[in-house]
Ligand binder design. Structure first.
Ligand SMILES: Cc1cc2nc3c(=O)[nH]c(=O)nc-3n(C[C@H](O)[C@H](O)[C@H](O)COP(=O)(O)OP(=O)(O)OC[C@H]3O[C@@H](n4cnc5c(N)ncnc54)[C@H](O)[C@@H]3O)c2cc1C
Length: 472
């Protein structure tokens, strides 16, 4: 069926991931009539193939670790085994529940869901193709939020059997005995960590000189040490040049130094690329970078009037769900004539849920030094933190980077890097400090409850002012 008369809305959003549904909710709250076009699953990568399934498995991994540690508390566990199909079923239940809740929320806010593939025909015009035919939508403003897909490597073709990307990994039916993770970024490290806890023998192959190259170097060092202690193989400067099937049905990976690694499964985790295939009619020319990501100004406006872009598809921005939410609010503020300050990309919170967990925001020490900023840095281990000792998780630290003031004292907090149990849940305080440009002295006297994991951050701040109790 082809509908010829266009349905008109104030705003049409293309893509129903966090950035897209966030934009739809924000536009609805701003009193706009909104259509949200989604080709596959409402909730996008984050809900179906990203954040939520990955964190579900990481939580399962942490349950396995806790049970493994039960004897320390005098608790005897007779048998421990992982039924990964049941873990998958629990994940599906969780994801479906959240997706249903999201659909209800959008309906309550009167957002019209349009199932199908959206194509921008020009400013104010979107065509939606579905099994039922095509439908024309028109709008005052259009927000593009098509997200991203896993980057592929020619040398490692995905076959969903010996070789998977993050999409395939999150749908595995069983944990293979030997796994190689190609790519030691955030997703690669999360996968390696959970696989190891769930019983696999894991090797990470990273082409760069260190894991988690975007993190502060002390974070990379600690994670490498900790992973190695847990038996996870970490090979850096490891370029995968090719592969062939092994006699046992697995894969032999060839590395640039002529060595090989034999595994049952290869997980290719080498970043993500914007999903713009079929997004634009041939006559439409949007400014993009050489990766095909859309260029926008600080109000998320693209090179076409009335067309905005948000989320993973935007060029040069961190690919994170909460960045998508923030950009959605900015885009809607702009189109509604109530502009918001641009997203502060210098203070985006990052969270990596491997074991030990990582959370940080602001500058790394190297970035601050490279900018010529005089810095005062304190790094305190969590080993002495009594809550961490109770939990038996003493691998980690709090590292704070402050600008050094003219009198030599530690001034503005520029970056905070936390590693250890529940690190992500402790980042709100540091986030306030970095975003508000607070100085160490202004916040060092705020009390952290005892015993708590957040005491290490508090103690590190105190140490920066020269008043550290347990550390100097
Ligand atoms: C394994 C993994 C773990 C992750 N963990 C985290 C995490 O812990 N925290 C975090 O913040 N981020 C995490 N991310 C990143 C996060 O998932 C993304 O940053 C986020 O989903 C991006 O949101 P988005 O709305 O821009 O795009 P997406 O979530 O990719 O959604 C885009 C949607 O648009 C639809 N679409 C595309 N083109 C069209 C079209 N032409 N017409 C109609 N619909 C279309 C797609 O079907 C999709 O549903 C993770 C990613 C992965 C892969």
């Amino acid at each position: 069926m082809t509908e010829t008369s266009p349905s008109h809305f104030d705003v049409v959003v293309v893509g129903g991931g966090p950035a897209g549904y966030g934009a739809a909710l924000a536009a609805s709250s701003a009193g706009k009539s909104v259509a949200l076009v989604e080709a596959e699953d409402l909730g996008g990568t984050c809900l179906h193939r990203g954040c939520i399934p990955a964190k579900h498995f990481l939580e399962a991994a942490s349950v396995v670790r806790s049970i493994g540690d039960a004897a320390r508390f005098g608790i005897n566990v007779l048998d421990l085994s992982v039924d990964f199909e049941a873990t998958q079923a629990a994940k599906a239940l969780l994801v479906n529940g959240i997706a249903t809740g999201l659909a209800k929320l959008l309906k309550t806010r009167k957002v019209v869901l349009v199932a199908g593939h959206g194509r921008l025909l020009g400013p104010g015009q979107v065509e939606v193709a579905s099994v039922d035919g095509t439908r024309a939508l028109s709008a005052e403003s259009i927000i593009l939020a098509p997200g991203s897909v896993p980057r592929s490597l020619e040398a490692l073709p995905i076959d969903e059997r010996r070789m998977v990307n993050s999409d395939g990994f999150l749908n595995l039916k069983a944990i293979p005995p030997r796994v190689a993770i190609v790519g030691g970024g955030a997703i690669g490290c999360e996968f390696a960590s959970l696989l190891s806890d769930l019983g696999a023998s894991v090797t990470i192959l990273e082409g760069l000189p260190r894991l988690l190259a975007g993190c502060d170097v002390d974070v990379s060092r600690l994670i490498t040490r900790s992973f190695t202690k847990r038996g996870i193989g970490v090979q850096v400067n490891a370029m995968v040049t090719g592969q062939q099937p092994s006699a046992t049905g697995g894969t032999i990976l060839n590395l640039g130094d002529d060595s090989t690694v034999e595994v049952d499964l290869v997980v290719v985790s080498v970043g993500r690329v914007p999903k713009t295939t079929g997004l634009l009619a041939e006559s439409v020319h949007l400014e993009m970078d050489d990766q095909g990501a859309i260029l926008v100004d600080d109000q998320q406006q693209t090179s076409l009037p009335g067309v905005y872009a948000v989320g993973d598809v935007v060029a040069g921005r961190p690919q994170l769900a909460h960045v998508g939410f923030a950009e959605a609010l900015v885009a809607v503020g702009a189109l509604a004539g109530t502009p918001l300050p641009p997203v502060n990309y210098e203070a985006i919170p990052w969270a990596i849920y491997c074991h030990p967990e990582i959370a940080y925001l602001g500058l790394t020490e190297a970035q601050a030094v490279a900018r010529g900023i005089p810095v005062t840095v304190k790094k305190d281990p969590i080993g002495g933190n009594s809550r961490a000792q109770i939990m038996g998780e003493t691998d980690g630290f709090a590292k704070i980077i402050c600008e050094t003031k003219a009198d030599g004292a530690a001034g503005r907090v520029l970056g905070v890097h936390l590693v250890g149990p529940r690190a992500t849940e402790q980042l709100s305080g540091p986030s306030l400090a970095v975003n508000l440009g607070l100085e160490a002295e202004e916040i060092a006297n705020f009390l952290a409850p005892h015993p708590s994991l957040s005491e290490t951050y508090g103690e590190t701040l105190l140490a920066l002012t020269g008043r550290g109790l347990h550390v100097h």
